[in-house]
Write a protein that binds this ligand. Structure first.
Ligand SMILES: Cc1cc2nc3c(=O)[nH]c(=O)nc-3n(C[C@H](O)[C@H](O)[C@H](O)COP(=O)(O)OP(=O)(O)OC[C@H]3O[C@@H](n4cnc5c(N)ncnc54)[C@H](O)[C@@H]3O)c2cc1C
Length: 497
């Protein structure tokens, strides 16, 4: 539903380019909002980005009105493609002058409805900003434009011996990853986007351009003033548009081996994880899959893993240190009841294993065609991992009839409970939302967060309030008003305005 006509907002201003007429028509799946944009506004956008970079067709608007989450599509009124920072700056100023909502779009792989245009407006697709601006191999950093994806960058770096290891599975844009503070399977070794962004070029809603660490700076350390970089990392398009990011690169390890180990129950797997981390073994990845996830993965990715709670490991380093690490890990898992420890040192075999892990969402979805997934994303201190998993499992068991899977980047204390459900079935929707809220509350009781990597988006704003507290939220609202006094940036996300 269209919640607030833009006309109300625009009428307060003398420049009235934008004005919206709305027609609703139902499909079986969702209400599609059809918008009519005044020609003058469309023309003003075309004047900035060119005719080929603007669309108001239903198909393109629909495509830009949802991400990979279950949230119903909310299409923007107009989609514009920026080719450079000047385009972004001028479009932002135009939207700001006319109080038109502005939603940055990376690749649309988000999991929390971050790009849904809840109040219509202009979606700014950044995928045409594809330049890899610089690679400073000797300093282990590079600067990329907003549309460069992580796989594109890693292909480009192939011959340098360097890599950008932050890996959310999907081939997301690197600036989108900055915006959601993404991480994934490699965070246990390399950290998240927060630890890997050195500087960003950001366009503010009024069109001004800032560099969060100062223009051209790319130091590993800085104590210079407020940390604007980490204010924009995780801001989910609500404060400004990230047009370039300077990020850290890492050397490709000399050797890598992977392994899978299965357990009799979840507790054994989780206890092994905690002990491995507490021993300070510099492991590169530890991923947990419960029994149903392993089964889904076997079917989808044609694997033959034992159907049991399992851990996937990756070890990196020099060949002799790898063997030592792996032996200690094997011993810990055996002492905890683990069995079927299988190595995958061959490059192809390893890739097959990790591809299967990254395809887990689709493997689960393939079991119930037509159902949509929702994945919780809680994260707790590692010593509380066993408790959050056990208590989450209990509430899921008590809830009964819902398809549920559990996977996680357990090395970081980050666990996903994945539910498959019918988004047209009110009871199922309420059940999943209730479970997600309960699991997040359990995590918060255990000193954790409601989101380790997916972000707040549109659905977790209440949980953020619970997590941060009222005074903290007021400071966040003040920050939002400072950067975006007219509230045009991605309205309806992260905070209640
Ligand atoms: C199969 C699958 C697995 C995934 N696994 C993980 C995982 O393990 N870890 C993880 O962290 N995530 C995971 N994700 C989620 C997703 O890939 C990340 O959230 C990613 O960072 C989103 O990047 P994007 O370019 O697609 O952003 P989008 O979905 O386009 O946008 C996400 C949010 O960022 C804002 N935004 C995008 N670009 C910019 C910009 N340049 N400036 C300002 N704001 C911007 C948008 O407005 C929106 O609010 C997974 C997704 C899928 C589909």
């Amino acid at each position: 539903m269209y919640r607030r006509t833009l006309v109300q907002a625009v009428c307060r201003h003398s420049v009235r380019l934008y004005h919206r007429t709305v027609v609703h028509h139902n499909t079986t799946k969702q209400t599609v909002t059809k918008a009519k944009i005044p020609d003058r506004f469309v023309q003003a956008v075309i004047d900035i980005v060119g005719n080929d970079n603007v669309s108001t067709t239903d198909a393109i608007r629909e495509q830009h009105g949802h991400d990979e989450s279950y949230h119903a599509t909310s299409p923007p009124d107009i989609v514009a493609f920026a080719e450079n920072t000047v385009h972004v700056s001028r479009v932002a100023k135009l939207c700001n002058d006319n109080e038109v909502p502005l939603i940055p779009f990376g690749t649309g792989t988000g999991m929390e409805g971050g790009i849904n245009a809840l109040k219509g407006g202009l979606c700014l697709n950044l995928s045409k900003m594809k330049k890899i601006v610089s690679v400073n191999a000797e300093d282990f950093d590079c600067t990329v434009e907003a549309g460069v994806t992580r796989l594109t960058l890693n292909n480009y770096l192939r011959d340098t011996g360097l890599t950008f290891p932050i890996d959310p599975g999907a081939d997301a844009s690197l600036c989108g990853m900055c915006a959601t503070s993404a991480s994934g399977t490699n965070a246990v070794r390399y950290g998240t986007m927060r630890e890997n962004v050195l500087n960003m070029e950001v366009v503010l809603p009024d069109g001004r351009i800032i560099y969060t660490a100062g223009k051209g700076r790319r130091t590993k350390k800085t104590s210079a003033g407020y940390n604007l970089t980490n204010l924009f990392v995780g801001s989910e398009g609500t404060l400004g548009i990230i047009t370039q990011a300077t990020i850290r690169l890492h050397g490709i390890p000399e050797a890598t081996i992977s392994a899978v180990c299965s357990f009799n129950n979840v507790q054994e797997a989780v206890d092994s994880t905690v002990q491995i981390l507490q021993m300070g073994i510099p492991i590169a990845r530890i991923e947990f899959l419960d029994e149903v996830s392993v089964d889904a993965s076997n079917r989808y990715s044609k694997l033959d893993m034992k159907v049991a709670p399992s851990l996937f490991f990756e070890f990196t380093g020099s060949p002799d240190t790898l063997d030592k690490q792996a032996e200690v890990v094997k011993e810990i898992t055996f002492l905890n009841g683990g069995s079927d420890f299988k190595w995958a040192s061959d490059h192809q075999e390893r890739n097959r294993l990790w591809k299967a892990r990254h395809d887990m969402l689709y493997a689960c979805m393939a079991l119930k065609p037509g159902k949509k997934p929702y994945s919780t994303d809680v994260c707790v201190p590692i010593s509380n991992l066993p408790e959050v998993i056990m208590r989450s499992n209990e509430v899921i068991q008590q809830a009964g009839a819902i398809d549920a899977f559990m996977v996680g980047h357990v090395g970081d204390g980050n666990i996903h409970s994945l539910f498959l459900f019918d988004t047209e079935n009110k009871k199922e929707v309420e059940l999943v939302q209730g479970l997600a809220e309960t699991i997040a509350t359990i995590a918060m009781e255990l000193d954790g967060t409601c989101t380790g990597e997916h972000g707040i988006g549109m659905g977790k704003r209440g949980l953020l309030q619970q997590e941060i507290g009222e005074t903290g939220m007021e400071v966040m609202r003040q920050l939002k008003r400072t950067f975006d006094p007219k509230g045009i940036m991605n309205p309806g996300k992260v905070i209640f305005e």
